[in-house]
Design a protein around this ligand. Structure first.
Ligand SMILES: *Cc1c(COP(=O)(O)O)cnc(C)c1O
Length: 462
């Protein structure tokens, strides 16, 4: 399997290279040249298998040329052994026909651990084999950063720099990034928003001298390997509810469009997914784009679901690429227009997107009232991102088609919002109880490329 760029002008790469590169050199995102298919018998055979076995079967065709079967199995085993639940991604029923897929049993309590733990293992195998060293730089709205630090801390051959928007992440998120004391970990608080952090990251990757000089590697949600790792739980969730013998729908609390795009790949591989529902908070660029056809960047409004406080939704470019039938030049043209603030999705492409996705937007008040309602109706305490998903899912459920809402984080990661909604602060799981006692280590940086580059050059362990 080879990987091509959504903008059609970057080198075609094998899986391991696409994983370590992150962003393609033409500014595009890597996608597989073809989508491997799983037929109904292969999907049915996932029933009753461990999460690890399902992960192996779903991912193997995508990585076969870069990792042996044995390397992949080992990486998967190590990636998920620290999870706090034997099912890894258990399903919990909320109401008849509505289920939550709990993706928060990993070490940093958000779904990002599924992908990050795995790519930490895969990076290690690939770098050791080639005797190579890389500098990982990531931008985070909160959860990616902690997941990346947890996955790469202390690993040889890697420095990790994580940029987060100063003052715009929750205290738990911040402490998860600033308390690890490994010498190869660097938490950087940028004066700006998540979109600023993401823009600086893109600038670093587009500076080819710098990129080659430090061996820049990306682990943001634009990284194809992350999308791939997330495809797995769409299969395990759907099969638990009767796929491939009946279709299921998913609602996904969405920011950068990585998680829901993984669902798109699962569907393209043959999983019978009826609808993929995009759930956004008041930062609703995707919901507006789906309704009006105009993708227009607004201002980021901080919300109680901060991991979705995004206006430019990077992985949406992948969905556009498929909706435009793989026309890289057309994608590049739209992305060029976006620099001036907006573009209009061509009619045919919009129709294609609407055949796959529904969308909905949830206000701050609705997020909090949903947390309260779910607690009253089920006893479950959910995080604000998950609440956004549940509200939108309830608006889109259809009789006869089970709905699975992705529970993207543990409520204890966002205690202020939960307390505001239901008056209790959910406790951290025991393995994280010391988080508030550990000293923090962080560097403030300006929203400026040159400042960032010199800091990275100075700090990395050459
Ligand atoms: C990252 C994140 C999201 C958004 O996921 P995307 O892949 O960026 O769309 C939603 N909820 C939580 C808790 C997250 O950490």
């Amino acid at each position: 399997m080879r990987y091509i760029s959504t903008r059609g002008q970057a080198p075609v790469l094998p899986f391991a290279e696409a994983m370590m590169t992150g962003l393609a050199r033409d500014g595009g995102l890597y996608v597989p040249e073809t989508i491997p298919q799983m037929d109904a018998a292969e999907i049915a055979a996932l029933d009753g298998q461990s999460y690890e076995e399902a992960a192996f079967r779903v991912m193997q065709p995508f990585v076969a040329e870069s990792f042996s079967e044995n390397e992949l199995r080992q990486a998967i085993r190590r990636a998920y052994q620290g999870f706090g639940h034997a099912a890894r991604a258990p399903l919990v029923q909320l109401a008849p026909g509505h289920h939550l897929l709990e993706l928060f049993h990993g070490p940093t309590l958000a779904f990002k651990d599924f992908a990050m733990q795995l790519i930490g293992q895969l990076f290690q195998v690939a770098l050791a084999r080639e005797g190579r060293r890389v500098t990982i730089v990531g931008a985070t709205s909160g959860d990616t950063g902690s997941a990346a630090i947890e996955a790469f801390r202390g690993l040889p051959n890697v420095d990790v720099f994580i940029l987060y928007p100063h003052g715009r992440v929750s205290e738990v998120q911040r402490r998860q990034m600033t308390t690890p004391d490994d010498a190869n970990v660097h938490a950087l608080a940028i004066n700006g928003t998540f979109d600023d952090a993401q823009a600086r990251l893109k600038d670093l990757f587009n500076d080819h001298d710098f990129r080659d000089g430090v061996g820049l590697a990306g682990v943001n949600s634009i990284n194809w390997a992350r999308v791939l790792a997330q495809v797995v739980y769409y299969f395990t969730g759907a099969v638990s509810l009767g796929a491939p013998h009946r279709p299921v729908s998913f609602t996904v609390p969405t920011g950068n469009f990585g998680d829901i795009f993984a669902g798109t790949i699962a569907k393209a591989m043959g999983l019978p997914v009826d609808r993929l529902v995009i759930a956004t908070n008041q930062n609703d660029i995707l919901d507006r784009a789906m309704r009006t056809g105009t993708y227009e960047v607004g201002r980021v409004e901080p919300s109680v679901s901060p991991s979705m406080d995004i206006q430019v939704s990077s992985n949406f470019e992948r969905a556009l690429f498929y909706a435009l039938a793989g026309d890289g030049a057309a994608v590049a043209q739209l992305m060029q227009e976006l620099k001036a603030g907006s573009f209009t999705v061509p009619q045919g492409a919009l129709q294609h997107l609407r055949e796959i996705y529904d969308s909905g937007r949830v206000s701050e008040a609705e997020t909090l009232s949903t947390i309260a309602r779910v607690r009253a109706e089920t006893g479950e305490v959910v995080c604000p991102h998950t609440a956004v998903g549940i509200k939108v899912a309830d608006d889109h459920r259809k009789p006869g088609v089970p709905m699975i809402t992705l529970a993207t984080a543990h409520p204890a990661k966002f205690p202020d919002a939960v307390e505001q909604a239901v008056g209790i602060r959910p406790p951290l799981p025991p393995h994280m109880a010391r988080l508030f006692d550990l000293p923090e280590r962080v560097t403030r940086v300006e929203n400026d490329n040159e400042a960032l580059k010199s800091l990275i050059l100075e700090r990395r362990m050459a």
